[in-house]
Design a protein around this ligand. Structure first.
Ligand code: ADP
Length: 669
């Protein structure tokens, strides 16, 4: 928009005293209009109607030709113009100039007014300029000058490009000063805004430590800011060919970058560019991971004429992302390998998020509300659990072990660990933690406890009877002569043997634990050993029939006594855990490089979930509430013996359908 000028500077909102002519109906001149005042729009009309006779200029007809001409030029020009004429500096201006005087202010009084009266506030400043022009000093030229003017009810910052030019009279003297001006406020403001936004951009680029780049597709040259040049190892003033910069990119990333650039430069792609790659400084070899973002600009022929953008060093972000990801991965692995379920509770809303494993441990299919989870805790453990939660708010840590009743009414033990997170105001906000199914562990602990009572019980029985017999004999020496003596001694021997077995088992366990068990290396035939043992065990266990169903001759290289111990354990268990009168079948057959020995009974069998624990120390399958006779050590010792002799041990069993225990040994080749 082009507008106006102001002959100069600051216009105070106080108008200069109105002393000269006023345009009123009574002053209106009605004489015929001189031709040179024709046209000129609103200002033309005002000029025509002005009472010039009352001014030092007199009637327009009498004006010198030079004034008539210049006034006519001014009125007919659409360029903002203003004229001071004569020694009194009588003023003229046109429609284009008029807006510079604003809506309320000097217009229309300024027309025909003396310069000095019109601009009292700036006269001392502009008078010398005018005098300079009038004195023959030549025209002035000022570009984009800030000259705030009072218009539209306020003091506005207005920019102008203007010149003061001399106007000659007929005698060749300078008698007027013509002001031609152009308001450049909008242009200047745009430039200022541009400069400001460039400043802001520069600041943002600095603050975010961005590199900037600019590629000219016509010349294939790339340039950038100092930071970018430093990253790429370029000299500060370098403008380089694109391939030079591409060479700094890590080799493995180069094809992708080249492809992304080509794509961005293709009009159909829309011109955007966003890629992540690594660069290696050509000298220091410093590696940096960067993210380049940019845009290609296209001309009317859809040809890219510029491609520019930013480069961000994301090394730290990527490294910390990788570290976090690794840490998360490690945590996930730890959680997985420890078989933990995880949970997160919003203590303010009671919302609860749980992992799949958590749900499985808790015996539910899906996440539920916190109270629903809590309701599944065994009634006897609830008070303890509530107290633990209450305490955790103060201590920041949660720990308890409780029983959960699954929907199928089975009871499971869980260990719950948690950490309380507090919000800024110190209020407990989140509870994060893990749970572990400790049912098996609890069962083992129970077995261990049971073990003490079992051992005491097992030791007590033979000791009590030995004590009884020996006391009887001590108190009745005559008994030593009696025929029952040999029966009593036989029984005592039996009890001593039993004590010996128990102690032997305990000693074996201690040896196994301390890795002190030693094995002899005998060469013997398993079938022969089996036959010997069957005879012996059958002899003392007439309640069952021991049947040898299949036997292959197979020589092994192992500790004969220890292998005998395993077979005895299998056989005595089969007898112990199957009904009287039933058959215990035993077989030994070769399979590949092994001899496999099995002992099958028709007992009550073992549930699948217990089968994995059966070879553990002290483990006994509970039958009712009563602990089994024995220490729960026989199969543990057997498994250790077989494993250390390079064999295998296992069982097949179905509840109610008996069990078959197996062991294998490598056949001596
Ligand atoms: P013990 O017999 O002294 O308890 P073991 O280690 O030999 O110790 O056996 C461990 C447990 O395995 C036994 O308590 C019993 O519950 C179970 N078991 C062993 N053999 C059999 C079997 N043939 N049938 C059923 N249960 C058995």
């Amino acid at each position: 928009m082009q507008f106006v000028f102001s002959p100069c500077i600051i216009i105070l909102n106080k108008l200069p005293p109105f002393t000269t002519m006023k345009i009123t109906a009574s002053h209106t001149v009605t004489t015929a209009t001189p031709a040179f005042l024709n046209n000129g729009g609103a200002m033309g009309k005002l000029t025509r109607e002005y009472d010039w006779a009352a001014t030092p200029l007199g009637d327009p007809e009498s004006w010198p030709q030079s004034l008539k001409t210049i006034v006519s030029v001014i009125l007919n020009s659409r360029f903002p113009m203003f004229l001071w004429w004569g020694d009194d500096m009588i003023q003229f201006y046109n429609d284009a100039y008029r807006p510079s005087l604003g809506n309320s202010g000097k217009h229309p009084l300024a027309l025909g007014q003396k310069g000095e009266d019109c601009w009292p506030e700036i006269w001392p400043i502009i008078k010398p300029l005018i005098d300079q022009v009038r004195g023959g000093g030549g025209a002035t030229w000022s570009e984009d000058q800030l000259i705030p003017i009072y218009r539209n009810g306020q003091l506005e910052d207005v920019y102008w490009t203007f010149g003061y030019s001399p106007v000659m009279n007929e005698e060749g003297n300078i008698n007027g000063v013509l002001v031609v001006c152009n308001e450049t406020t909008e242009k200047v403001k745009n430039l200022l805004a541009l400069a400001e936004s460039e400043d802001k951009l520069r600041f943002a680029i600095e603050a975010t430590e961005l590199g900037t780049w600019d590629y000219n597709p016509h010349t294939d040259k790339l340039t950038g800011n100092l930071r970018l040049k430093e990253w790429f190892g370029l000299h500060p003033h370098d403008e380089v060919d694109l391939p030079v910069a591409v060479n700094v990119i890590m080799e493995k990333d180069q094809p992708a970058v080249i492809e992304a650039i080509a794509k961005a430069l293709d009009f159909s792609s829309g011109g955007s560019y966003d890629i992540q790659y690594a660069i290696v400084h050509p000298v220091t070899k410093t590696e940096r991971i960067v993210r380049a973002k940019g845009k290609a600009w296209f001309n009317e022929d859809k040809v890219a004429y510029r491609f520019n953008g930013t480069l961000q060093d994301i090394t730290d972000t990527v490294v910390s992302f990788v570290k976090t990801r690794d840490a998360e991965e490690r945590a996930r692995l730890a959680i997985e390998s420890a078989d933990l379920g995880t949970y997160e509770i919003n203590l303010l809303t009671d919302e609860m998020k749980t992992s799949e494993r958590f749900n499985t441990i808790w015996g539910v299919n899906d996440s539920m509300l916190r109270p629903e989870f809590a309701a599944m805790i065994h009634p006897e453990d609830r008070a303890m659990r509530d107290a633990a939660h209450e305490e955790s708010i103060a201590s920041g840590r949660l720990f308890y072990e409780a029983r959960i009743i699954h929907p199928d009414e089975s009871v499971h033990w869980v260990r719950v660990n948690g950490k309380v997170l507090y919000n800024a105001s110190g209020k407990a906000h989140y509870l994060l933690g893990v749970i572990k199914d400790i049912t098996a562990q609890k069962e083992r602990e129970r077995h261990k406890d049971d073990f003490i009572s079992i051992v005491s019980h097992e030791l007590k029985t033979p000791l009590t009877s030995l004590f009884g017999f020996s006391q009887l004999m001590a108190e009745n020496p005559a008994m030593l002569q009696q025929p029952q003596l040999s029966i009593m001694l036989g029984r005592m021997h039996g009890q001593v043997k039993r004590l010996n077995y128990i102690l032997q088992d305990l000693v074996d366990v201690t040896r196994i634990e301390g890795n002190k068990i030693r094995f002899r290396e005998d060469r013997f035939d398993v079938s022969v050993l089996l036959a010997e043992l069957i005879e012996e065990i059958q002899h003392i266990n007439p309640t069952h029939r021991i049947l040898l169903t299949c036997i292959d001759n197979a020589e092994v290289f192992a500790d004969k006594e220890r292998i005998g111990q395993v077979i005895t354990n299998f056989l005595t268990n089969a007898i112990k855990y199957s009904p009287k009168g039933s058959v215990v079948s035993i077989s030994a057959y070769k399979e590949g490089d092994e001899i496999i020995c099995s002992v099958k009974d028709d007992g009550h069998g073992i549930a699948p979930d217990k089968q994995t624990m059966i070879f553990e120390r002290f483990y006994q399958v509970p039958v009712g509430n009563q602990p089994n006779a024995g220490l729960g050590l026989g199969l543990y010792i057997s498994s250790q013996i077989i494993k250390r002799q390079k064999g295998r041990i296992w069982l097949e069993s179905e509840p109610g359908r008996g069990s078959t225990f197996y062991f294998s040994l490598p056949v001596n080749s």
